[in-house]
Ligand binder design. Structure first.
Ligand code: BDP
Length: 324
């Protein structure tokens, strides 16, 4: 009898412990270089609202936007060690951590946004997200960032030769340095949180990005020409710390996965509206936009970059290209 009581007590204590653990409150900190109103930030906030309502406030997300926590490379490092639970970054800075992601960072690898969605939503996208675990990250989903084109203070870029002598800022990944060099410019890696000043002080003459980023971060104030080369279509990604994830209950992990899937769809919707608006705004704020250019010479000039960095993953790249 005494033994039975002890066993029952132990079992109920364990059950109590487990439910107390499952019920513990958690504020998930997530960083972003963009601020309020930007699609990636608003989508993560929406994900937080979903979690909040599903768990009666037990799981919530606090977004630290506008580069409060620094650049994307540092954010990823913080997530890897578990000092930060989540971050939303460009796949551009993920390549140096999980090499296969560089297949998405090659110039002119995606034909259109739809092609990119079909790749990231399908087997290839899921497989790559799973590979993030070896870098201490749990891949939760992709987001749209449109396409990236050159902008600079000096002149319109109509052909690769127009990049000659221009220092063009790129994200911190050797692929992008060579990409700009292959077209005739000087690729210069600079962290995003240092870019405005780098443009202002002439450390670089230009950069490359999508219209919403140029508008939101007021880069038009320190440049003047936007040329629609659309040489990169780098998706965004949001990741969770594997260190933290492994300590969470399977139920909470599932809730996060479910909210992530809805967050992806939300961002796409917000992105489409934001991109259209930002394109119109570029002209309003005085940027000279040249949209009518022949992409062929840019595609040709970057061929060696696809060969060099894509060589190792030629099978993966063939698979990407075969996706409709
Ligand atoms: C923006 C991305 C952001 C990158 C930034 C960059 O949304 O994640 O940090 O480009 O160029 O389009 O660094």
């Amino acid at each position: 009898m005494k033994r039975l009581v002890v066993i029952l007590l132990t079992v109920s204590l364990l059950a109590f412990g487990a439910s107390a653990m499952a019920a513990s409150k958690m504020v998930i900190k997530s960083s972003d270089v963009h601020g309020d109103g930007y699609p990636t930030v608003e989508a993560i906030k929406y994900m937080g609202e979903l979690l909040d309502s599903w768990t009666n406030g037990r799981l919530t997300i606090q977004v630290y936007g506008s580069m409060q926590l620094g650049g994307e490379k540092e954010a990823l490092e913080q997530v890897q060690v578990g000092a930060l639970e989540m971050t939303r970054v460009s796949v551009g800075v993920v390549g140096p951590i999980v090499d296969e992601f560089n297949a998405f960072n090659l110039p002119f690898v995606f034909r259109s946004s739809q092609h990119m969605y079909n790749v990231t939503d399908g087997e290839i996208g899921t497989d790559l997200l799973n590979q993030l675990e070896k870098g201490g990250l749990i891949g939760l989903g992709y987001m749209d960032a449109g396409s990236r084109s050159f902008y600079n203070k000096e002149r319109p870029i109509q052909q690769p030769a127009d990049l000659k002598g221009l220092k063009i800022r790129v994200m911190q990944n050797p692929i992008f340095v060579e990409m700009v060099n292959s077209m005739g410019g000087n690729g210069t890696p600079v962290a995003f949180n240092e870019l405005y000043t780098a443009l202002q002080t002439g450390v670089v003459d230009g950069a490359e990005n999508n219209p919403p980023t140029i508008i939101e971060h007021k880069h038009y104030e320190v440049t003047g020409y936007y040329s629609l080369t659309q040489h990169l279509m780098v998706p965004e990604i949001f990741v969770f710390s594997k260190k933290v994830w492994d300590k969470m209950s399977p139920m909470d992990q599932q809730l996060i996965r479910k909210a992530s899937a809805l967050c992806v769809l939300k961002e796409r919707e917000l992105w489409a509206a934001k991109e259209e608006k930002a394109f119109a705004e570029l002209k309003k704020v005085g940027m000279k936009v040249n949209g009518d250019l022949n992409k062929e010479p840019f595609i040709k000039a970057t061929e060696p970059v696809r060969e060099k960095f894509g060589g190792k993953y030629s099978e993966l790249i063939k698979k990407i290209q075969a996706v409709k």
